[in-house]
Design a protein around this ligand. Structure first.
Ligand SMILES: Cc1cc2nc3c(=O)[nH]c(=O)nc-3n(C[C@H](O)[C@H](O)[C@H](O)COP(=O)(O)O)c2cc1C
Ligand code: SF4
Ligand code: SF4
Length: 285
C-alpha cells in the first residue's frame, strides 16, 4: 500500500436539527500516484469539499473492499494516453459499489487524450456511472522524455491546478452531471491505438531500469513501489517484471541512482514539492 491511510476527513458533517445523528454519506477520494501530483490534487479536493477520506488505490488492492460511500472520486495520472494498469485493477475490485456520485480527475502533462472516456466505458461495463471527469495538467514525471521543466513553468501549472481544483469542488458539491473532458480527436485516435499496443507490455518495461554506482542499498525504491516489484539482491535493487511504469522508484531514489535507458542520468528528477517520502512508503504488504 502506498502511504499511510491519509485521514483528511473533517468530522463536521453535522447532526440533525433535532440533535439526532443523521446517516452521513461519506466522501471518499481514491488516488494512485508516482510522484505525488495526484495525491496533492486529491488532498486539495478533500480540503475544498470540507473533508473527505483520501485513500491509496493500492490499499484496496491488498485489503478489504470499502463500504459504499455517497460520493467517490478517483484521482490518478494518465499513463501512455490511457488509464494505468493499477487503476484498472482497482476498478475491478470496486465494481460492486454503487456510489451516489462518482467523479474522476485524470492528472496529466498536457495529453489527457481518451483517458476519461475509457474510464467512463469501464465503469459503465460495471454498471457504474461516471458523472463527471476532469483533466488537470501538472509537471511531467515521464523522465525518459526529459525533466519536469523550469521552476516558473511548474509554479504556473500548480497555480492553474489550484483554480481547477476549486471548479471541480463546485461541480462535486452540486453533483453536476457533465461530459468528461477529452483531448482532440486526432490525439484520441492515434494515441489510443498506441495505448492498446503498449498496455500488455508495460509490466516488462522495467527491463530498461539500471542502477549506477551511487546506489547505497537503502531499499527506498522497494518501499515506494506500489506493487512490490523491486527486491534487493546482493545489495542492489532488481525488478521482477510486474512493473506499472509509475516511476516512483526512479524519482524517489535519494541518490538519483536509478536510470531508465541512456538519457536519464542527465535529466532532473521530479517530485511534487508538498508530498513527502513518508506519504509514499508502503505501510506493509
Ligand atoms: C509511464 C508514464 C506515462 C505517461 N503518459 C502520459 C500521457 O499519455 N499523457 C500525459 O499528459 N502525461 C503522461 N505522463 C505524465 C503524468 O501523467 C503526469 O506527470 C502526472 O502529473 C503524474 O502524476 P503522479 O505524480 O500522480 O504520478 C506519463 C507518465 C508516466 C510515468
Ligand atoms: S533507493 Fe536508490 S540508493 Fe536506495 S536501494 Fe534503491 S536504487 Fe539504491
Ligand atoms: S518498479 Fe518502479 S516504476 Fe515499476 S511499479 Fe515499481 S515503483 Fe513503479
Amino acid at each position: 500500500m502506498i502511504g499511510a491511510v491519509l485521514r483528511a476527513r473533517a468530522t463536521a458533517h453535522g447532526g440533525s436539527a433535532k440533535g439526532r445523528p443523521e446517516t452521513v454519506m461519506a466522501e471518499s477520494l481514491y488516488y494512485h500516484t508516482g510522484t505525488g501530483n495526484s495525491l496533492w490534487i486529491a488532498r486539495g479536493i478533500a480540503s475544498g469539499l470540507g473533508g473527505a477520506d483520501v485513500l491509496p488505490m493500492s490499499g484496496v488492492l491488498n485489503g478489504p473492499v470499502p463500504p459504499d460511500s455517497g460520493t467517490v472520486g478517483l484521482v490518478f495520472p494518465v499513463h501512455m494516453w490511457g488509464v494505468p494498469a493499477l487503476v484498472i485493477r482497482f476498478l475491478e475490485r470496486m465494481k460492486d459499489l454503487r456510489p451516489d456520485y462518482l467523479f474522476a480527475v485524470a492528472v496529466n502533462a498536457g495529453q489527457v487524450s481518451n483517458t476519461l472516456v475509457q474510464l467512463k466505458r469501464i465503469l459503465a461495463g460495471n454498471g457504474q456511472r461516471l458523472s463527471s471527469g476532469f483533466g488537470i495538467v501538472m509537471p511531467s514525471n515521464y523522465i525518459p522524455w526529459g525533466g519536469p521543466g523550469p521552476a516558473e513553468k511548474r509554479n504556473r501549472l500548480f497555480a492553474g491546478a489550484e483554480k481547477k481544483i476549486s471548479k471541480i469542488c463546485d461541480a462535486v458539491k452540486n453533483k453536476s452531471d457533465m461530459p468528461v473532458e477529452k483531448g482532440p480527436l486526432w490525439q484520441r485516435i492515434f494515441f489510443t491505438a498506441l495505448y492498446r499496443m503498449s498496455f500488455s507490455h508495460v509490466h516488462e518495461m522495467d527491463g530498461k531500469f539500471w542502477t549506477d554506482d551511487k546506489c547505497n542499498a537503502c531499499g527506498i525504491c522497494a518501499k515506494v513501489c506500489p506493487v512490490s516489484n523491486i527486491t534487493l539482491a546482493d545489495g542492489r535493487p532488481a525488478c521482477n517484471h510486474g512493473c506499472l511504469q509509475c516511476l516512483a522508484c526512479l524519482q524517489w531514489c535519494p541518490e538519483e541512482a536509478i536510470q531508465y535507458g541512456k538519457k536519464t542520468p542527465a535529466y532532473e528528477r521530479y517530485r511534487h514539492p508538498e508530498v513527502q517520502l513518508k506519504d509514499m512508503l508502503r505501510s506493509g504488504g
